[in-house]
Design a protein around this ligand. Sequence first.
Ligand SMILES: Cc1ncc(COP(=O)(O)O)c(C=O)c1O
Length: 383
Amino acid sequence: MIYLDNSATSFPKPDSVYAFMNDFYRHHGVSPGRSGFDAAIAAEEMVFETRRLLTQLFNGTDPNRLTFSYNASDSLNMILQGLAQKGDHVVTTMLEHNSVLRPLHHLAHEGIIELTYVPFDKDGYVDPDDIAAAIKPNTRMVVVNHCSNVIGTIQPIHEIGKICRDKGVFFIVDASQSAGAIPIDIQASQVDVLVFTGHKCLMGPTGIGGSYVMEHVPVRYTRFGGTGVRSAQKTHLEEFPYRLECGTLNIAGVAGLHAGVNWVLAKGIENLHRMEITLWDKLRKGLQQIPGVTTYCAENPQNQNAVLSFNIQGFDSGDVGTMLDVDYNIACRTGLQCAPLVHTSLGTDKIHGTVRLSIGAFNTEEHVDKAIDAVTDIASLRN
Ligand SMILES: Cc1ncc(COP(=O)(O)O)c(C=O)c1O
């Protein structure tokens, strides 16, 4: 299989991830932090070390503000519901994933918040001035997808962060597609909450993600349960990381994420990005030469991740995906890719979305050549 669905989840994972998960779970796969025996202490140390690594990666200050969850969707639910108050206005963008859109829609539908969706331009970027213009006196937060999972454009979070801080609104960044793919500095970009997932560019397994919440952000807890600490207390714990974590952690997931982050750091985020965007550029140029192929917001490798959406005139994207799979053994994603408003904006909602090819750390020039050849073949079937 030629795997070009890395935006969904990176695959395969580095060997060191599989090896460390296997080894750690066999020898220390116990409940971390709850007991004083050696394996429990080793598990707790590994969890803390992973909090520390990720805090350092995002340039946070306190590893205890780095909390773990199932995935980005899980953390976004906790953050958005834990911050919204009745009567708030929330600004978000047409680039968001359903992991942001659905929790916000739910809050709007319940009459708790009012929502504004800021558009993106023809190249796939949100204009920070449009964000500024959308902020009202009752705006509580601005929620932005750092990197689109449909078109790969990287949004100017530095500029948006400054606007949010100046106007006194919280800035929430969905870094699902950018964490591990491009450098992120939450202090420099004035990000108040960063949400990440472990199973994409951080190279961890599925079932692990989390958030980093700055000290001044009053996120309420919306879940309650066991923490292994102060068990006689009737209420859930106020302090981080317990505030946003309850129940036994996914210890195998944290171990895999630990190894994944270490692998990314050893390779170098910039090196990985350069390799992937070079392949993306080759893919883009190759596809753009095929008669009948339309690519979306894919003109410039600057401020771009290695994700490319296209259509072949006269073909349904789902049919192209099936042909790529069945006839060429190429794995991709088709349709709306959980980001329906991107397609509304591109006009691709009316034609069942796009075909998305997304490049990862283990793709090669040969994979890209084969993908271009396959799309050339399919496009030649047009009447
Ligand atoms: C931009 C974006 N946000 C959120 C998510 C949700 O991530 P997860 O499946 O880890 O919850 C994704 C996953 O595709 C994504 O691309």
